[in-house]
Ligand binder design. Structure first.
Ligand SMILES: NS(=O)(=O)c1c(F)c(F)c(SCCc2ccc(C(=O)O)cc2)c(F)c1NC1CCCCCCC1
Ligand SMILES: [Zn+2]
Length: 259
């Protein structure tokens, strides 16, 4: 109910009654209709600096009951990309499906749902904190890339996935050695979709500048299965299909940085 403000993907229809933003008209995720996307020459290549975290530094990795959260140093800066100002990283997390039969990306492209999706969450460097930025339009920026099943093991993802058995239970936390976080993203920073939307879970703040890479990331089937079968959330239920359904555009347009 209202007081405990706790939510789950099962009670997605109730989110708007507990968190008013979730019922707004600029919600995420969305289905990206590639034919309806309009090219914008303002969408220059993304510039990521400070993402190569030295191995002698550690990053916190937490099972927060909804996903795996990797805490990021806010020296990691996102700029270029037609952004009005630079953004600083907060955390990254993943969304996935169930039993490699039901895929779990949040965004879909021409109705296609991918196996999973990575989100790197940032806040505008105009503000001193995530919370402050979260209440301003464009205050937040999330980089999203689709995870697909490929034939090879993805070593950079293994750097995180190898720790999941240590944080099976909700609330458990461990640390991973610093590494180049850009290696979790596609290598083409020039081709992406752009639209204004929201966080995809409560509190659903409608202040997110979304960037969805056109190129996907490939993980092995085993790696996707580790993601789907390891972490447990509330009452030891496995965390699976932790994605929100697509939201209406209500007239919003999706831009693309490429023809
Ligand atoms: N796709 S998304 O970016 O909206 C998103 C999700 F879909 C998410 F599912 C999540 S996880 C749920 C929110 C949450 C819960 C607990 C903790 C903690 O114990 O530290 C942290 C966060 C999640 F953390 C995020 N990103 C968060 C959104 C809400 C809270 C503010 C933190 C940064 C962005
Ligand atoms: Zn997310």
């Amino acid at each position: 109910g209202h007081k405990d403000r706790h939510w789950s993907y099962r009670d997605m229809p109730e989110w708007a009654s507990m968190f008013p933003n979730c019922g707004g008209h600029m919600q995420s995720p969305i289905n990206i209709d590639t034919a309806a996307a309009s090219f914008s020459s303002k969408l220059e290549p993304l510039l990521l600096s400070g993402y190569d975290v030295p191995p002698n530094e550690t990053l916190p990795l937490k099972n927060n009951g909804h996903t795996l959260l990797l805490g990021l140093p806010n020296k990691m800066t996102l700029s270029g990309g037609g952004f009005p100002q630079p953004y600083q990283a907060v955390q990254l997390h993943l969304h996935w499906g169930t039993g490699h039969t039901r895929p779990g990306s949040e965004h879909t492209v021409d109705g296609h749902r991918y196996a999973g999706e990575i989100h790197v969450v940032h806040y505008s460097s105009h503000f001193d904190s995530f919370q402050e930025a979260a209440s301003e339009p464009g205050g937040l920026a999330v980089l999203a890339a689709f995870l697909q099943v490929g034939l090879e093991i993805n070593e950079p993802y293994q750097h995180i996935l190898k720790h999941l058995s240590d944080i099976k239970e909700e609330g458990e936390e461990t640390v991973v050695a610093g590494f180049d976080v850009t290696k979790l993203l596609p290598d083409n920073f020039d081709r992406y979709f752009r639209y204004n939307g929201s966080l995809t879970t409560p509190p659903c703040y409608q202040t997110v500048n979304w960037t969805v890479f056109n190129q996907t990331v490939r993980l092995s089937q085993d790696q996707i299965s580790v993601l789907e079968d390891t972490l447990q959330g509330e009452d030891d239920e496995p965390i699976q299909s932790n994605f929100r359904l697509p939201q209406s555009l209500y007239g919003r347009s999706v831009l693309s940085s490429f023809h």
